[in-house]
Design a protein around this ligand. Structure first.
Ligand code: CFM
Length: 545
């Protein structure tokens, strides 16, 4: 690993400068979430705590994590927001999760369902309106399932979405279930993931015991088909002869969720959002889980090989190697063609709970260096590695989220491998239930910042002038007005897919285009154009008329 960044500038100074603008207490608190990385002896980072009010966070809310992230990509569940219209509207397809229902399949993702709560519902209660909305949705669409998502006011006024769900389930004879995922319920979207995982496990997984066809059956957990990523991965798995029983939840359907417990392996992409389901499927049904990553060509090849190693089948291994061999020449050619423009350039990534780590793979394949990165809402294990789990303090905010007690299913628990087979795999270096965090894999001296604030981002950009800054829509135009291109790693802007080998090529080309564009050096914000550049000048219309 290089030590480029530590010699760049005086990092300690930057940290001090970042802290200077804050009141003492805030500075002290923020400093624990701001780490100069040392992969050799990974330091402890403060994460998954409440955002300091007024700091301008990138974070979203618990409702967003539950409705938008985990359930949003499911096409044939009617996802009904119980709340004011804005909550439903702004969580509706902005993440660009795609789906393919086929010619006959249901797809409700193109509709935005909401109870559209009004003032009088807040005063007199919204349960009647919720029942009417469920009935209306049922009458129009006759779906297999309706999921109800609670927004902040629902929790404040005490509407019982679960009682309504039970009543309507009985009345309509379809699966109806609710989520207590009020926006304020946790410190970020992360709490919403956990709530979503619990309810999908409780109300859907395990409902269908049909044996899926295929020899090598897996579930993919934490892949949401943003910009078509899941399509690319599905294609790779199919060519290898691996059966995908269910994906949580990109390009998925409720019937597939119901059948997920029949798979023989869970591969986990975004562990932050869905490791709870992986753990519960293992406890209740005996399905082991492994971490994979299909972001980056090398990581994709490694992930396919890991799946093949688990099944330990010669023919499967051969097919996996054949697919990798078919894909890699184009990847290598594309990487070689972009490197003259990308090599040595610096990048900063501040996204969600796993992409700020996963996308470092793609940048390193272009010989670009990640000098600063951080998550919005990850936990310490996402930074430091899963081995720190036992030392993570459970605070009142985390305790607020239900922890399901799961026992082995008396009939359906079935070990997928003998203890000897498992031991052999582990002895040969195979890791179950494990992942490295972002920090052990980042360079010494790079900056790792949790829940970065707008002020901190701006200061970092001024100091280091990265070639690309990766974040989301809320940050995009502010950063671009500073003359730095911003790549959205949530929605991919209008691009993608970026997963697998084809996705890697797309990403290389996109980043090459961004770092070679001349436009950024010409960008001037309006206030920079004025002679007295101290602020924006304006004239009252009444004075000029
Ligand atoms: Fe997982 Fe995701 Fe992410 Fe995430 Fe998200 Fe997302 Fe994300 Mo936006 S599930 S943690 S809550 S990889 S929506 S598809 S891009 S913040 S880094």
């Amino acid at each position: 690993m290089s030590e480029n960044v530590s010699t760049l500038n005086n990092i300690a100074d930057v940290k001090a400068q970042l802290q200077e603008a804050y009141p003492t207490k805030v500075a002290r608190k923020r400093s624990k979430s701001f780490i100069v990385n040392d992969p050799g002896s990974v330091p402890e980072i403060q994460a998954n705590i409440r955002t300091i009010p007024g700091i301008i966070t990138q974070r979203g809310c618990t409702y967003a994590g539950c409705k938008g992230v985990v359930l949003g990509p499911t096409r044939d569940i009617i996802n009904l927001t119980h709340g004011p219209i804005g909550c439903g509207f702004y969580s509706w397809l902005t993440r660009r999760n795609q789906t393919d229902p086929g010619p006959e399949g249901d797809n409700y993702m193109t509709y935005c369902f909401s109870t559209d709560m009004q003032d009088d519902n807040i005063v007199f209660g919204g349960e009647k309106k919720l029942k009417a909305a469920i009935q209306e949705a049922y009458d129009i669409f006759h779906p297999k399932a309706i999921a109800i998502f609670s927004t902040c006011p629902v929790g404040l006024i005490g509407d019982d979405v679960h009682a309504v769900a039970r009543e309507m389930k009985e009345k309509l004879g379809i699966n109806v279930f609710g989520f207590s995922c009020e926006g304020y319920k946790g410190v970020s979207q992360s709490a919403g993931h956990h709530i979503a995982n619990n309810q999908i496990f409780r109300h859907v997984i395990g409902l269908d015991n049909t044996e899926p066809e295929g020899e090598f059956k897996i579930n993919m957990l934490g892949e949401y088909n943003i910009g078509g990523d899941a399509f690319v991965i599905e294609n790779l798995l199919e060519r290898c002869g691996i059966t995908l029983v269910s994906t949580f939840s990109g390009n998925s359907s409720i019937d597939k969720f119901a059948n997920a417990h029949m798979a023989d392996l869970n591969v986990v992409m975004c562990h932050r959002s869905i490791n709870y389901v992986a753990d519960m499927l293992e406890k209740k049904y005996g399905i082991p889980w492994i971490k994979v990553n299909f972001i980056g060509a090398k990581a994709s090849a490694q992930s396919l090989r890991k799946i093949a190693r688990y099944f330990d089948d010669k023919e499967l291994t051969k097919r996996v190697e054949k697919v990798i061999a078919e894909e890699m020449p184009a990847v290598e050619a594309a990487a070689a063609s972009v490197k003259p423009h990308t090599a040595g350039k610096r990048v900063m990534l501040f996204v969600g709970g796993s992409r700020a780590h996963h996308y470092q793979e793609l940048f390193s394949e272009m010989d670009m260096e990640t000098i600063a990165a951080g998550y919005e809402f990850a936990h310490r294990d996402d930074y430091e590695g899963r081995n720190v789990l036992p030392s993570i303090k459970v605070d009142a905010d985390s305790r607020n989220i239900e922890e399901l007690v799961v026992e082995p299913d008396p009939e359906r628990f079935k070990p997928r491998k003998t203890p000897e087979q498992m031991e052999k795999l582990v002895k040969s270096g195979f890791r179950f239930r494990d992942y490295d965090g972002m920090m052990p894999e980042m360079n010494k001296g790079s900056l790792v910042i949790d829940d970065i604030s707008q002020y901190e981002s701006e200061l970092l950009i001024e100091k280091y002038k990265p070639a690309v800054f990766c974040a989301g829509i809320k940050e995009k135009y502010i950063v671009q007005k500073m003359g730095i291109p911003l790549k959205q790693l949530h929605s991919y802007d209008y691009g993608g897919p970026y997963a697998g080998f084809k996705g890697a090529i797309n990403f290389y080309r996109e980043i090459e285009r961004m770092v070679t564009s001349k436009i950024w050096s010409l960008v001037k914000a309006p206030w920079q154009k004025s002679k007295n550049s101290s602020g924006i000048e304006a004239t009252y219309v009444s004075q000029t008329a």
